[in-house]
Design a protein around this ligand. Structure first.
Ligand SMILES: Cc1cc2nc3c(=O)[nH]c(=O)nc-3n(C[C@H](O)[C@H](O)[C@H](O)COP(=O)(O)OP(=O)(O)OC[C@H]3O[C@@H](n4cnc5c(N)ncnc54)[C@H](O)[C@@H]3O)c2cc1C
Ligand SMILES: NC(=O)c1ccc[n+]([C@@H]2O[C@H](COP(=O)([O-])OP(=O)(O)OC[C@H]3O[C@@H](n4cnc5c(N)ncnc54)[C@H](OP(=O)(O)O)[C@@H]3O)[C@@H](O)[C@H]2O)c1
Length: 446
């Protein structure tokens, strides 16, 4: 019987476990599976941690999520085809849930079986090499401080790529008297109440960390973009200026001449794909893009078809795309899908990579990732889900953000699985300070 290692028990690793569970339920003989996670529980980034830096064993904390984080996209776009929000919560819920609610949903699906027994927690995979048709995997049991070894036929890398921060340096940082941090270590916007904050970046973290600081009472928020501004209509107290040039004392000096007195600089400058545990010839090297090269169907390592990567793309689609990838990977592992010869694989990868390179705006990017996910979906028995509705929802969401960045999270959308429409949340996001599951679900009766 084949033996499969899954590295990481975040949403991607859990999709992988779920895919095998579903095959087993249909009476198929599944391989032996061992899943490893360096955290003490499952859920990946959604398993919020107050910790930053290292954990109690000296291992870097993978978590990048923060208190008061709400979904930045409609929940309907990430819904599992085989486990709807209606099924989990017993009723329709609003379209933009906070972290704790999504965490509950992700775990609801996997808690029902015995999948947790397959995961070794507090266990960091430290080295993987491929020799004689199998992978040798070395891992550390952090609690007992022991190094162990095992051999596998297949490896699935589902370690995420938003855990190792990319940290640039600007002149004046060494002598800046305030706080400098990366969004990876951002935990609570309350820290910046009444402060002048500079946020660097122009993507989702910059947008959301800046909005959080504003929402929780920062005196001013100045966002410094490097290439293209986000260009939203920011509320009073927020502005977007061109690229930081340097810090001089407590002043941030931007390349457009703008000068801002500042108490803190938050670097929302993205993350590195970082796989220190993989030998060089197995290691994916890429920036955060919609189609990383060397991955057939975005999943199978071009030079070794027994190695799979899940969720390594930049993400519009998330949980149901991870599922489509996992179902595909499962069928490759179980021999139900045969990978084509190397020239076909190269052609397929090149097709997607060159299409990606031509994308110009968010709508085209949404189309691209929807087409990719639909293609994968057609290759396995992952249950039916309305990707055309998801495509439409993503585009409406993008347009809502352009209309008003403060109110887009108050909108409602229809489920691509059940068709039910999320009710309007009882409190507008801008004034909803309590993000607990209990408060969120406590919708007043009509
Ligand atoms: C701040 C932030 C907010 C986000 N918000 C949203 C959102 O609102 N909606 C959305 O859909 N997506 C959001 N995302 C995207 C996020 O990437 C996905 O939702 C999802 O968490 C990705 O799952 P994953 O399993 O690939 O990675 P992760 O969730 O990162 O899980 C990877 C797991 O691998 C483990 N691991 C890593 N290295 C090792 C090792 N060597 N050995 C053992 N275990 C290891 C980690 O401990 C972790 O548990 C957000 C991301 C960030 C950073
Ligand atoms: N639920 C939520 O609300 C929420 C909140 C935060 C994050 N997220 C998720 O987290 C993931 C990661 O998002 P991210 O924004 O951290 O990473 P990202 O999308 O990879 O963006 C990185 C940003 O850093 C900028 N940058 C890099 N180097 C820089 C420099 N030296 N100076 C200034 N800017 C620099 C880039 O700008 P250039 O374009 O100029 O290169 C880019 O805007 C996404 O999946 C997102 O959805 C979700």
């Amino acid at each position: 019987m084949a033996k499969v290692a899954i590295i990481g028990a975040g949403p991607c690793g859990l999709s992988m476990l779920r895919s095998f569970e579903q095959a087993e339920k249909k009476g198929e003989k599944i391989p032996e599976i061992v899943c490893f996670d360096k955290q003490d529980d499952w859920g990946g980034l959604w398993n919020y941690s107050w910790r930053t830096g290292s954990d109690q064993y000296g291992d870097p904390v993978p978590n990048s999520m923060y208190r008061y984080l709400w979904s930045n996209g409609p929940k309907e776009c990430l819904e599992f085809a085989d486990y709807s929000f209606d099924e989990h919560f017993g009723k329709p819920i609003p379209s933009f849930p906070p972290r704790e609610v999504l965490y509950d949903y992700i775990l609801g699906r996997v808690k029902k079986g015995n999948l947790k027994d397959k995961i070794k927690f507090n266990t960091t995979v430290t080295n993987i090499t491929y020799n004689n048709d199998s992978f040798e995997l070395i891992y550390k049991d952090k609690k007992s401080d022991t190094i162990l070894k095992d051999t596998f036929d297949y490896v699935v890398v589902s370690t995420g790529h938003f855990s190792v921060p990319f940290i640039p340096e600007y002149p004046g940082m060494k002598s800046f008297p305030g706080r400098i941090m990366h969004s990876h270590d951002f935990r609570d916007a309350e820290e910046f109440r009444d402060k002048n904050v500079v946020v660097l970046g122009s993507s989702y973290s910059a947008e959301d960390v800046a909005l959080q600081c504003h929402k929780y009472g920062a005196k001013s928020v100045t966002i410094g973009y490097r290439h293209n501004p986000m260009g939203f209509k920011w509320p009073d107290g927020m502005k977007e200026v061109f690229h930081l040039d340097r810090l001089e004392g407590s002043k941030a000096i931007f390349k457009d001449g703008h000068i801002q007195e500042t108490d803190a600089v938050i670097l929302c400058t993205g993350y590195l794909h970082h796989f220190p545990f993989l030998s060089e010839e197995l290691k994916l090297k890429t920036g955060n893009r919609l189609y990383p090269p060397m991955l057939y169907k975005g999943v199978v390592w071009q030079n070794n078809h027994k190695l799979m990567y899940l969720g390594m793309q930049d993400q519009f689609h998330t949980f149901n795309m991870f599922d489509c990838q996992a179902w595909f990977a499962r069928d490759v592992i179980m021999g139900k899908i045969k990978t084509p010869d190397s020239s076909e694989i190269e052609k397929d990868i090149n097709k997607w990579v060159s299409l990606e390179e031509k994308l110009e705006d968010a709508d085209q990017m949404i189309d691209f990732q929807t087409e990719y996910t639909k293609e994968l979906h057609a290759l396995s028995d992952y249950p039916k889900i309305d990707f055309e509705l998801i495509r439409k929802t993503f585009k409406e969401w993008e347009h809502h953000k352009v209309e008003n960045i403060m109110t887009y999270r108050n909108k409602s959308f229809a489920s691509p699985v059940t068709g039910s429409v999320g009710p309007k949340h009882h409190t507008d996001w801008e004034v909803a300070m309590d993000d607990s599951l209990k408060t969120f679900l406590n919708q007043p009766e009509k």
